[in-house]
Every structure is written in C-alpha cells, then in structure tokens.
Design a protein around this ligand. Structure first.
Ligand SMILES: N[C@@H](CCC(=O)N[C@@H](CS)C(=O)NCC(=O)O)C(=O)O
Length: 217
C-alpha cells in the first residue's frame, strides 16, 4: 500500500491527493503534525534538504517533491487519468505550466501566509506587497492563457498544481472581476470531485489560516 506523508490542509499535499483521488489509487495518509511526531521525524529524515511534505513511500521507493511524485504515480500507478500526455512535447508544455503554478502562484501565496504567521509588528510589509504584485501578474497571465486552455473534467498535472495554488491564492489575494476566465476556471476546478474532496477534508483546519479572509473572520 502506498503511503503519503502530508496534511489535509497543506496545498502541496493536495497536489498529490488530487492525482490519487482522480485515479482512485489506494493509499494511506500519514498526517504530519504535532499529534504524530513519528511522521514528522520520518519526513525530516527522508524528504530532501528542507524536510518538506508531501512524501511518498512505495515499498523501497521514497520520493519527495509533489511534481516528481505525480510523475511517479502516472508511470507506476496508472489509472483512468493519464496525468501527463504520452506525447513528449505536449508533456513539456504541461510541466511548464506546473512550474508556473508552483513558482508564480503558490510561492507568492505562501510568502503572504508566512508573513501573517509572524507577530504583526514583525511582518515584512514590502515582502507582502511584492508577493501581491506577483499574484496580480500571474492572474493576468493566466487569464490570457485560459483563452486557449480548455475547461475540461480531465485531470492532469496542470489541474493538480492549479487547484490548490489558486484556491489558497484566492484567499490571500482575491481573483476578481478583472480576471473573469481565471475566476470561472477556479470555480470549475473547485467542483472537480477530487478537488471538492480535498476542500471538504481541509475544512476542519480553515480557522487556523492566518490571513483574514471573508470566510474565516
Ligand atoms: N516544492 C515542494 C514544496 C513542499 C512544501 O512547501 N510543503 C509545505 C507544506 S504545503 C511544507 O512542507 N511545510 C512545512 C515546512 O516547510 O516545514 C513540493 O512540491 O512538494
């Protein structure tokens, strides 16, 4: 049985959970948190230089980095959703978009969250402003990209990366009417069954989100 070390509220854990749920791949979620110190210790010892999660254990194979884990699942635990196109050039395009969501949506979203985890008088407001500027640029670029990208029930590495990054980015820096295609696509992503399941499973932790949102104040 596959094991995933992660947390139901963690955006990068969602990325992998969406792929697993989409293909109905059996796995055990080993929650990383203070209630399971042995899981946190396993991640710290096995998950690369910074000990981040998610981490996948499949027999003797231990993998970290959500994109690599999804590629591994596509190859070794294939299901109804291919996750990556067979055609190599098409796969390059999918990997490129995966990088866009991780680097230019998830990273600035996490920067805003990290600053709000500090006491108010210790926050780096210039870092928050720079992150919001990056999100604005990403939203504009993605709104243009969506003119050509189909809204479809199919789940690929793109949807796995897009859903959690945009879901939480929308909490810290709302996607408004200036980006109608992106707004519409995020609503579509939220309704996809594997994503809706992640949202529901994360719900108990919503109150811990440090950035005030209309939903958690
Ligand atoms: N590039 C990594 C990023 C993973 C990451 O940032 N994970 C967060 C949870 S969403 C984490 O481990 N946070 C705890 C920590 O940094 O100690 C991936 O794609 O898996």
């Amino acid at each position: 049985m596959l094991a995933i070390y992660g947390h139901p509220f963690s955006s990068y854990t969602w990325k992998v959970l969406i792929a697993l749920y989409a293909n109905e791949t059996p796995f055990e979620l080993r929650v990383v948190g203070p209630e399971n110190p042995e899981n946190a210790a396993f991640v710290a010892a096995n998950s690369g230089p910074l000990g981040k999660f998610p981490l996948l254990v499949d027999g003797d194979n231990i993998l970290f980095e959500s994109s690599a884990i999804i590629e591994y699942l596509a190859r070794h635990h294939a299901g109804v959703e291919a996750l990556l196109p067979d055609q190599p050039d098409a796969a390059i395009g999918v990997r490129m978009l995966d990088r866009v969501f991780d680097n230019y949506v998830m990273a600035p979203m996490q920067a805003v969250v990290e600053e709000h985890l500090r006491p108010e008088d210790a926050r780096d407001h210039s870092r928050i402003a720079a992150a919001r500027e990056k999100l604005d640029k990403s939203y504009s670029w993605l709104d243009g990209w969506l003119e050509y990208y189909p809204t479809s029930p199919q789940i690929t590495l793109i949807e796995c990366a897009a859903a959690p990054s945009l879901y939480y980015a929308d909490w810290v820096h709302p996607i408004g009417s200036a980006h109608p295609r992106l707004r519409h696509w995020l609503n579509h992503l939220k309704a996809l069954p594997p994503v809706a399941r992640c949202i529901a499973e994360a719900e108990p932790w919503r109150a811990f989100f440090p950035v005030p949102t209309p939903e958690n104040v």
